[in-house]
Design a protein around this ligand. Structure first.
Ligand code: SF4
Length: 135
C-alpha cells in the first residue's frame, strides 16, 4: 500500500535550515509495510537552505511570508500545493503523513503570527499544502 508523506520525515535534508525531521518509527516500522511517495512543496520552489516562512494574519486573511524579509510567498506555495495535489490524484495513495507544525505541511495547530514584529502567535492554523490535501 502506498502512503504519501512529507519528505523531511524520511530523513531527506529539505527543511529550511538544511536539516531533516526523520521519524524513526515511520522509517523503521511503517516502512516495512508501506511504500512511501514523498513530497516537499517548499523544496519544489525554494532552495535549501532557505529563509524560514510563517503564517501571518493580515486583516481576516492568512498569508505566508518569509520570516525576516517579510516577502509574501502565499501564491507560490498555493500554486505548488495545487500542482502536487493534481499529481497525487494519479498515485492511488491510501493515506498521507504530514509533518506537524509546518506552515506548509502542518495538519493543525500551525502558528499564525500577527502582522507586526514581536507579536504573540496563536496555534490555530493549517498548513497550505495540508489544507489543499484535505480538500
Ligand atoms: S515543506 Fe513539508 S516536506 Fe518540506 S521541509 Fe517543510 S514540512 Fe518538510
Amino acid at each position: 500500500m502506498k502512503l504519501g508523506i512529507s519528505t523531511c520525515l524520511l530523513g531527506t535534508m529539505c527543511r529550511y535550515d538544511g536539516g531533516h525531521s526523520k521519524d524513526k518509527f515511520i522509517v523503521n516500522e511503517l516502512g516495512k509495510y508501506f511504500e512511501f511517495t514523498a513530497f516537499c512543496p517548499e523544496r519544489e520552489i525554494f532552495p535549501t537552505p532557505r529563509e524560514a516562512i510563517r503564517q501571518v494574519k493580515i486583516n481576516d486573511e492568512v498569508k505566508i511570508k518569509t520570516s525576516n524579509t517579510n516577502i509574501d510567498v502565499s501564491e507560490k506555495i498555493e500554486d505548488i500545493s495545487k500542482k502536487i495535489i493534481n499529481t497525487i490524484q494519479e498515485d492511488e495513495l491510501c493515506g498521507y503523513i504530514l509533518k506537524s507544525k509546518s506552515p506548509t505541511c502542518g495538519m493543525g495547530k500551525v502558528k499564525i503570527y500577527p502582522n507586526k514584529k514581536n507579536g504573540q502567535s496563536e496555534n490555530v492554523g493549517v498548513g497550505i499544502f495540508a489544507n489543499e490535501l484535505k480538500k
